[in-house]
Design a protein around this ligand. Sequence first.
Ligand SMILES: Cc1ncc(COP(=O)(O)O)c(C=O)c1O
Length: 360
Amino acid sequence: MQIAEFKIEEWMNKYEASAKYDLTTTCISPLCINELPFSNDIFSVKLGYGEITGSERLKTAIQSLYTKKHAITVTHGAIGANQLIFLSLLEKGDEVISIVPTYQQHYSIPEALGCKVTLFFLKEENNWLPDLEELDKIITPKTKLLCLNNPNNPTGAVIPDIMLEKIVEIAQKNKVWILSDEVYRGLNLSGNPYSKSIADIYERGISVGSMSKTYSLPGLRVGWVAAEEGLINEINHQRQYNTISISTLDDYFSAIALENKDFIAKRNFKIMNERINILKNWLDNTPKVHCILPKGGTTALLKYNSDIPSGELCRTLQQKTGVALLPGETLEMEGYVRLGYCADNLEPALEKFGKFLASI
Ligand SMILES: Cc1ncc(COP(=O)(O)O)c(C=O)c1O
């Protein structure tokens, strides 16, 4: 299968490891094993394949993140979840709408499968929220799937619950599935940290979650899909060919982390609040950039005031200062850069970036 280059991942593979100040990251300082409250029963975890679609203990912990009962399957990260959904749901010729900017899987895999993909761009003047009148015009009964990412990477926008319900109304009248990549769900900076999950409000809503972002455990490589039973059965049918089961250790640690999610949330909100204030102060004193402050998630999308292409800007910035940012060109958003504002060393990195901007 021919597939487009995954621009973000290619960029990060090339530049992230050598960065002195890594602002490309989307994770909040990953936890160490010894920060998790596990007990000696870890030594009796049997390293077999385990329960094939995820242990009952882990699925129960995942179910606690939702208000309605769902069928759940556990996957190799959200990246595995997204791929399995596309493989299960889509066929050549199907029409897909993907709200961008987003994680590239959400348009490049459907394109590679031969679907007709429409990119629906979020606009800064709408606070990076979808224009529902426009969305209503482009969704038709021929549309099979709408893909969105809420909270959004890279803009940090969070779709208000009432707006999500209106999106559901539009999808419902056209019988469209909605894949909502919710890997940053639980990281809202104000109000309820968990905005509504699509699976809890729509019968064709497919929720993708992960241990990587909200729970700071990307090294576990655990994600999941929560949806109605028929679709989960289809996904499990595909899943037999590429997963068998996830690691029993990953399953064990994920269950423990979700059972103790409050302490992880407390730690992460402390980091997020500290860092968003650093970002805000810096933006107030840096005239060459502007940005709509994130309402959730771990990233912000900055517009910079220069004609330099974003790739060149990021390469030169990293060469001269050691600060790594993700260029907008990797997100179909030329003229912008993505900044992981929860990164360690944010303050000195922004100081260097500010000086660099003043010099160009
Ligand atoms: C929106 C989104 N979806 C999926 C993923 C992949 O997450 P995971 O580490 O769970 O595979 C990422 C990673 O950055 C992401 O930002």
